[in-house]
Design a protein around this ligand. Structure first.
Ligand code: UFG
Length: 322
C-alpha cells in the first residue's frame, strides 16, 4: 500500500510509520516538525509542510500519491493549553483538518483514518465508556476533535469520503527497539514524567488526591502505541469494505490510578520515585476507562500490550537510551 502519514514525525505517528514500514508499505510523512522530530520519521520519505497551507497538502497528494489511505495525526493535544489558547486548537485541529479534507476532495482521495480522543466524552456518567455514551467535551481540545468527527460524518454522506475516527484513551509506551518513543517538550503526560522523576531529571507532581476514586487520584486507561498503530492498520482495511464515517474507542479496559502507575514504575525501574502532592489540574475527569469491544469486534483489533508494567518498561527502555 501507499500511505500518507500526516504528523508522522510525532509520537504516535512515528510508531505508525515504523509499523507500516515493517510491513513493507510505502510511506510518505508530511509534518511541520513543530512538535515532531525528523529522526522519528525513520526511513520514510519526509515532506516538511503544514496542514495550514492548503497548497502544500494538495501538492503532496498530487506528487507522492495517489495514496490508498491518509492517516492524520497532526494536532495540538494539550487540554490545559487548549483552554488558554483555543484559537491555536481550532486553527490547527479544525481548519487544518478541513484543509486536508478539501485536498482529498480535489485529488480524489477517499479514505482517512483520523486521531480522535477520549476527551470527546467530557466527564462521563459511567465508569467504563463505550461509543454509545454522549459526546460532551468540556474543553476546546475535545471540542475540536468532536467537531471534526461531525465533519467526517457529513463528508461521508455528501462526498463519499470514508473515515475511521479512533478515540484514543491514554497513549503510552514506546517501540520495543527503544529507538523511538514519546518526546514532548514540555512533557505533560504522566508516565514520562514518572520516569523522569525516577532518573532524577525533574520532580513529579501528583495532581489531586481528593477525587472520588479508591486512592483519591485519577484513573486512566493506558494503551500502548504499538497497539494504536495496529488499530490504524486494521482501520485502513476496514475502509475498503465499509463506506461511511465510523468511530471506535481504543483502550485496554483497565483503569490505573496515578498512585498505581507510580508503584508500577517503581517495580519496573527499581528506583525510588519521589513526588509532591499538588492541586487538581483543571479539566481532569476522575476516571476514563474504555470499552473497546467495538474495535475488537469490527476491526479485529487485538491489543498485545495489556500489562501496564510492560507498557511502562517499554517507555523506560526508550528514556534510558536518550
Ligand atoms: N498527572 C499527574 N502528574 C503529571 C502528569 C499527569 O498527576 O505530571 C495526572 C493527571 O492529572 C491525570 C493523569 O495523570 O490525572 C494522566 O494525565 P496525562 O496528562 O498523562 O493524560 P490525560 O489523561 O490528561 O490526557 C489524555 C490524553 C489527552 C486527552 C485526555 C482526555 O493525552 O489527549 O486524556 O482527558 F485529551
Amino acid at each position: 500500500m501507499n500511505i500518507l502519514v500526516l504528523g508522522g514525525a510525532g509520537y504516535i505517528g512515528s510508531h505508525m510509520v515504523r509499523y507500516l514500514r515493517e510491513r513493507g508499505d510505502r510511506v510518505t510523512v508530511f509534518d511541520n516538525l513543530a512538535t515532531g522530530h525528523r529522526f522519528l520519521a525513520g526511513d520514510a520519505r519526509l515532506v516538511v509542510g503544514d496542514i495550514l497551507d492548503p497548497g502544500a497538502v494538495e501538492a503532496v497528494l498530487r506528487q507522492e500519491g495517489p495514496f490508498d489511505a491518509l492517516i492524520h495525526f497532526c494536532a495540538r493535544s494539550l487540554v490545559g493549553e487548549s483552554v488558554t489558547d483555543p484559537a491555536l486548537y481550532y486553527r490547527n485541529n479544525v481548519t487544518g483538518t478541513l484543509n486536508v479534507l478539501e485536498a482529498m476532495r480535489a485529488t480524489g482521495h477517499r479514505r482517512l483514518v483520523f486521531s480522535s480522543t477520549a476527551a470527546v466524552y467530557g466527564v462521563p456518567q459511567v465508569p467504563v465508556i463505550d461509543e454509545s455514551q454522549p459526546a460532551a467535551p468540556i474543553n476546546p481540545y475535545g471540542r475540536s476533535k468532536r467537531m471534526i468527527e461531525q465533519v467526517l460524518a457529513d463528508y461521508a454522506t455528501a462526498y463519499d469520503i470514508a473515515s475511521v475516527a479512533l478515540r484514543y484513551f491514554n497513549a503510552a509506551g514506546a517501540h520495543p527497539s527503544g529507538e523511538i518513543g514519546e518526546l514532548h517538550e514540555p512533557e505533560t503526560h504522566l508516565i514520562p514524567n514518572v520516569l523522569r522523576a525516577a532518573l532524577g531529571l525533574a520532580p513529579l507532581k501528583v495532581f489531586g488526591n481528593d477525587y472520588p476514586t479508591p486512592d483519591g487520584s485519577c484513573i486512566r486507561d493506558y494503551v500502548h502505541v504499538e497497539d494504536l498503530a495496529q488499530a490504524h492498520h486494521l482501520a485502513i482495511d476496514y475502509l475498503g469494505t465499509h463506506p461511511g464515517a465510523h468511530v471506535f474507542n481504543l483502550g485496554n479496559g483497565n483503569g490505573f490510578s496515578v498512585f498505581e502507575i507510580i508503584a508500577a514504575a517503581r517495580r519496573v525501574t527499581g528506583k525510588e520515585i519521589p513526588y509532591d502532592l499538588a492541586p487538581r489540574r483543571a479539566g481532569d475527569p476522575p476516571q476514563l476507562v474504555a470499552d473497546a469491544s467495538r474495535a475488537r469486534r469490527e476491526l479485529g483489533w487485538q491489543p498485545r500490550w495489556t500489562d501496564v508494567e510492560r507498557i511502562i518498561d517499554s517507555a523506560w527502555q526508550f528514556m534510558r537510551r536518550r
